[in-house]
Design a protein around this ligand. Structure first.
Ligand code: ADP
Ligand code: MG
Length: 403
């Protein structure tokens, strides 16, 4: 054995994985099952750019995990490959607006793309703008600007207006936008002019059903797992779970990856339904954690109070003895919240504020509230935690350190 392979061998020893990268969210597979129609539509709309025509702005929408980003990248790669082969004056700039979320940041990226050797640091926006216009015009360029998660741009009306203005000023070439969003409703908040400019053309990405998800998973299993390390039924199970979760391929892939990791930890030779089920619980915790992490401090404290009481069994359960456990009264939650505030040395907010926080926790799906019927202390709001109390308490420990 080559001594250089030792580390590699160690990693390969007890694992179901052949190549973990294949399961990562950044991996772009060669083919994308069940997106032929969307890919073809997008290709058709982009094709004229190769012969120097300005294409319309295109808006792609569909729920999260329906392949919008990966399909767009796939098509852009193809476009750039053909451009390279034949030569055409078309360029593409991809921006993720979750990260670049202002007009300035987006346009700065475009300017840097056009003039890679120049620094734009400290220059006013008008300078960037002029530099972009000059570059596009002097090259008669068809510039395609991909705005992924476009709804995250804070001053989107302004950005769209800027691009429109650039096109008006251009004597040659043009800038087109591909806007991508998980959130169809956001368009309604836009100025009517930018709304119609953004979506001259639209492509819809429907959620995947269980069968389609199964095909997507099977493609990755072939590349990412060793042969015979995955039960067929566990693929079916992961597909069914993800189909229930709004047909999200990202979730399906995550489940499968986690299930593989859990199987490895157990030293199991095969991934089974049981591992997928454990993975589901783990992923759910991750999702809750990402929500909890971003809560403002007093909402965290309130949630902690609710979790503690649920675990102890609230007053309501003790009064009634027969009804569903973990139903809490507003009053006891507020008392506990005050108590935790004192322990942490924080000034508690008023009951009215707490009511507001409660609404927000409910909107985030962390709790549910109902108005009690008559008999249970008149009409009061009853609160119930949407996740197992211990999970929330564990997450809180990470937040506050200690209970
Ligand atoms: P969206 O942008 O719509 O939220 P993505 O394009 O990021 O979704 O896809 C989510 C994950 O699922 C990515 O890892 C992607 O590679 C994978 N994926 C989505 N659709 C397909 C498909 N048709 N075939 C293979 N993998 C896919
Ligand atoms: Mg995306």
């Amino acid at each position: 054995m080559d001594i250089e392979d030792l580390f590699e061998k160690e990693m390969q020893k007890d694992t179901v994985f052949l190549d973990r990268n294949v399961l990562s969210p950044h991996f772009v597979p060669e083919t994308l099952p069940h997106r032929d129609k969307q890919i073809q539509e997008l290709m058709q709309k982009l094709a004229p750019s190769l012969s120097g025509k300005t294409i319309s702005n295109i808006f792609l929408y569909g729920k999260t995990g329906t392949g919008k980003t990966v399909s767009t990248k796939h098509v852009i790669d193809k476009l750039m490959a053909v451009k390279k082969k034949y030569g055409a004056s078309v360029e593409c700039v991809y921006t993720n607006c979750r990260i670049l979320n202002t007009k300035y940041q987006v346009m700065l990226k475009v300017a840097e793309y056009c003039h890679p050797d120049e620094s734009f640091l400290g220059f006013p926006f008008s300078h960037l703008f002029q530099k972009i216009v000059d570059y596009v015009q002097s090259n008669s360029l068809g510039l395609i600007l991909v705005l992924d998660e476009v709804d995250k741009v804070k001053n989107l009306d302004d950005l769209v207006y800027t691009i429109t203005r650039a096109n008006d000023e251009l004597a040659a070439g043009g800038i087109s936008m591909i806007g991508i969003s998980n959130n169809i409703a956001f368009k309604e908040s836009l100025d009517p002019r930018s709304k119609s400019a953004l979506s001259e053309d639209e492509i819809v990405f429907p959620p995947y059903n269980a069968e389609e998800l199964k095909d997507i998973l099977e493609q990755r299993v072939k590349l990412g797992f060793k042969q015979g390390t995955i039960d067929e039924s566990s693929i079916n199970y992961a597909s069914a779970l993800a189909a229930n979760e709004s047909g999200d391929a990202r979730y399906a892939l995550r489940l499968l990856f986690k299930a593989g990791e859990i199987a490895d930890l157990e030293g199991a030779k095969k991934v089974t339904d049981k591992h997928v089920e454990l993975a589901r619980k783990g992923v759910e915790n991750e999702i809750v954690y990402s929500v909890v992490k971003t809560l403002p401090e007093h909402q965290k404290i309130l949630l902690h109070a609710i979790a503690q009481l649920s675990k102890e069994g609230g007053h309501y359960a003790r009064l009634d003895g027969t009804t569903a456990e973990n139903v809490l009264f507003t009053g006891e939650v507020y008392d506990r919240y005050n108590k935790i505030c004192r322990v942490l040395g924080k000034e508690p907010r008023t009951a009215r504020w707490c009511k507001e926080y409660m609404n927000e926790l409910e909107m985030l799906g962390l709790i549910t509230t109902t108005i009690s019927g008559k008999g249970v202390r008149g009409n009061t709001t009853l609160i119930r935690l949407a996740y197992p109390a211990q999970n929330i308490i564990d997450l809180m420990k990470k937040q506050f350190g200690g209970e």
